[in-house]
Design a protein around this ligand. Structure first.
Ligand SMILES: [Fe+2]
Ligand SMILES: [Fe+2]
Length: 407
């Protein structure tokens, strides 16, 4: 049994896993013999690979191309990335397995392990500045909300907003129109025919979904001036996008309504870090260096060094901009979702962030897999066996989206 690309499928191959589209709609159940009409349907709905009986599949082939020395080094490095989590937990164990496989397939072997030189005691002296206080006392002027995002936020709040009204707001920004049309025409949605205007996109995808997408994109664009020596912005966007995509897929698998809302939460989950990097570049550099030399989680060092975590700073920014409370809430609790008032959505973003860090899909500055909130995980009600399919769909969608946010 193994994965086969749709272009390599042959008639009468026996399906060993259900094939579902992005909305979890069943396209063909396992046990069916694949016919040419099925291959056509898979292509129409953006399916790139399916699992069939009687073939070794791509993953095993990928592994066999790697010598045992390299494989050992990839496994060791992955263990290092996972050093702050419990490898015996079933969810983490499965994620570790997939991560080793993914890294070996992608040839990801980053061995720049820094030797820890700072012990915990030394960290006590590293209070660099009180970012929380400076923002709270308005000593730093945060960016204005972009005007398009401001208007979109009003439209989101209006349940009777017309297609025409939404299209009117989006059409004011030609760059936003271009990005949105590329997204709706990509495998992210997998529509069979081309969509060439915003009104049609709104009709097909829905008013809340398209405004949510447009809102997330216009907000991320505010932080284009983060110093390059602090952060590789394309890597940050990859991390954010991947988190949004995985959040959306998990939400769809759980049959939650408004999956786009989860995409936006994932896209904006680390926005507090962008505020830190753009407005406090020197403390940010010290913080990142400290994280490297001490082998500590960046998330935990933020509190000690900056007087506040990126989750709080993100919440502050979204609150100042008067964005929906649920978005603010999910961003604030994405590292400890069991504390959230409505934990399911925050847990989805939490899990998506852990997956993205485990796979090394971009980075927001963190080098390790952040700890899993066990209580939130237990209440989420999903199985680790679903991770592989989720990640496969996500990496496929990411490949067709990530270039849209660059340049
Ligand atoms: Fe985070
Ligand atoms: Fe993150």
């Amino acid at each position: 049994m193994g994965m086969v690309h749709v272009d390599e499928l042959e008639v009468n191959m026996l399906l060993s896993e259900d094939v579902k589209d992005i909305s979890s709609r069943l396209l063909l159940a396992k046990g069916h013999k694949i016919q040419s009409k099925h291959i056509r349907i898979f292509k129409i709905w953006g399916i790139t690979e399916v699992c069939v009986h009687g073939t070794q599949g791509r993953e095993k082939n990928a592994e066999s191309h790697i010598d045992s020395d390299t494989m050992e080094r990839i496994t060791e490095h992955t263990k290092y990335i996972f050093k702050h989590v419990d490898l015996s937990h079933p969810a983490i164990k499965e994620l570790f397995r997939i991560s080793v496989l993914y890294r070996s397939r992608q040839g990801i072997l980053n061995t720049d392990k820094n030797t820890p030189s700072t012990n915990t005691e030394d960290l006590k002296d590293h209070s660099i500045c009180d970012v929380k206080k400076m923002i709270g006392h308005k000593e730093i002027k945060l960016p204005e909300m972009p005007s398009t995002a401001f208007e979109l936020n009003e439209v989101v709040a209006d349940p009777f907003a017309s297609v025409h009204r939404i299209a009117e707001v989006v059409n004011k920004s030609p760059s936003l129109v271009a990005i949105l049309l590329r997204i709706v025409n990509s495998s992210f949605y997998g529509f069979p025919s081309k969509i060439d205007n915003i009104s049609r996109a709104v009709t097909l995808i829905g008013t809340r979904e398209i405004t949510g997408l447009a809102l997330g994109i216009s907000i991320v664009n505010v932080f284009k001036d983060v110093p390059k020596d602090i952060l590789d912005m394309s890597s940050f966007l990859k991390h954010s996008l991947a988190c949004g995509i995985i959040s959306r897929i998990i939400a769809a698998n759980k049959n939650l309504p408004q999956t786009e809302q989860l995409f936006v939460c994932g896209l904006l989950h680390d926005i507090g870090r962008l505020v830190i990097y753009q407005y406090f570049p020197d403390p940010a550099k010290t913080l990142l260096n400290l994280a490297t030399t001490s082998d500590k989680l960046l998330y935990q060092l933020e509190n000690r060094c900056l007087g506040g975590k990126h989750t709080l700073i993100g919440k502050y920014l979204l609150k100042t901009w008067k964005l929906p409370f649920e978005l603010e809430n999910n961003v604030f609790y994405h590292h400890n979702p069991s504390a959230a008032h409505h934990p399911v959505k925050a847990t989805i973003v939490h899990l998506a962030d852990i997956m993205v860090n485990a796979l090394g899909l971009g980075s927001s500055g963190e080098r390790f897999v952040p700890p899993l909130d066990y209580k939130a995980w237990d209440n989420l009600g999903i199985s680790p066996s679903s991770f592989e399919t989720t990640i496969r769909h996500a990496t496929h969608q990411l490949a067709s989206l990530e270039t849209f946010f660059q340049g």
